[in-house]
Design a protein around this ligand. Sequence first.
Ligand SMILES: Cc1cc2nc3c(=O)[nH]c(=O)nc-3n(C[C@H](O)[C@H](O)[C@H](O)COP(=O)(O)OP(=O)(O)OC[C@H]3O[C@@H](n4cnc5c(N)ncnc54)[C@H](O)[C@@H]3O)c2cc1C
Length: 399
Amino acid sequence: MMLGLLLARAGVDVVVLEKHADFLRDFRGDTVHPSTLQVLHELGILEAFLQRPHDRVDELTVTVGSEQARIADFRRLGTRCPFIAMVPQWDFLDFLRDHAQAYPGFQLLMRTQARELVRADGRVTGVRAIGPDGPLEIRADLVVGCDGRDSVLRGASGLAVRELRAPIDVMWMRIARRATDPAGSGGRIGAGGFMALIDRGSYWQCAFVIRKGGADALRTRGIEAFRQDLVRLVPQFADRVAAELPSWDAVKLLSVSVDRLQRWWQPGLLFIGDAAHAMSPIGGVGINLAVQDAVATANLLAGPLADARVRDLTPWLARVQQRRLWPTRVIQAVQVAAQDNMIRPLLERTEVPRMPFALKLLNRFALLRAIPAYGVGIGVRPEHVQSPEHLPVQQGASL
Ligand SMILES: Cc1cc2nc3c(=O)[nH]c(=O)nc-3n(C[C@H](O)[C@H](O)[C@H](O)COP(=O)(O)OP(=O)(O)OC[C@H]3O[C@@H](n4cnc5c(N)ncnc54)[C@H](O)[C@@H]3O)c2cc1C
């Protein structure tokens, strides 16, 4: 959606396909980081975005047993918006869509699922899709696969995927928030468990981390045993878990994968976001990395796409990968290290762990908390909008 907005803004005709009828999905996370807020500022739409309901997260905390540590302080970032805006992903997508639709070249087809790539003369020339009125074929100078970690187009491309380790899955559920609950999003660590809590005002979005493939064993133990696991981590839930989680229907299993394509492109085809590099939920950075990919792609491709004299986009496609591969590698390496060295050992412990020394240091020294804040909030190689607005549309430019 962000790439569609940026390219339409630059005068390129864009068709965005979305297989669902709406964006009301729960599974993508809600963290709009300072890097993404900066992009909205550069697009001149930040103020409008911040007028929408959102919760502001200035710092991150982790609770180990009964001890709490502050581990990241965004107020020290010195950026335009030194905080994370917690916004349901569907609100964020609706917002981007509303702004993209202001540009005449933008078209969004809902309930339209891309199924296959169309190829001619050794390059991708479009997609075949199925929409509410049946099959359709869309021809394009460039197809961008932004269809997430289970990308159909990635499978259809035959491009090689490098699997990285993902030893965890996530049980995803909502639990009502009471006025007496302590405010703020954060992590809870206890005997045999780790859970992230996202404060969504009227409820907590909970991500309970389990061993990869451990969901069946968990279900076999029964919903009551699971409720007790949650209460051990968050004692205040004792008064509501039974009502909130009457059965396993209220708990979704989200499979975590971490991988990336060896090559992100073929002639006429480019992958970005999770379709190019599936991200772990660790650090809650995947949405923001996908936005950064979109900004870099528009910066590099808006000009060539709008220029009818450019027949072969391949050099620019390779440049997108060159630009975005390094940040992706760094973030995935950190995620895999955190999964292996912190999360997995935690899941195997039967006693309440002690607060790790590194977290104690962060809690003690406020200045140090700027480091994780920068890593999570801004990340590696932040992108800035350079693609133009209102580039004159030239014949033949389309996405
Ligand atoms: C449990 C979990 C929690 C997470 N929490 C966070 C978090 O808090 N913050 C964060 O930044 N990241 C988080 N992430 C990572 C984040 O979800 C992804 O990195 C991010 O959503 C990637 O964005 P994307 O646009 O590339 O793909 P997606 O967000 O997956 O979007 C792909 C879109 O394409 C549509 N689509 C798929 N196939 C087709 C098709 N064939 N035709 C048409 N449309 C199609 C889908 O419906 C979807 O709308 C989390 C991941 C997991 C697994």
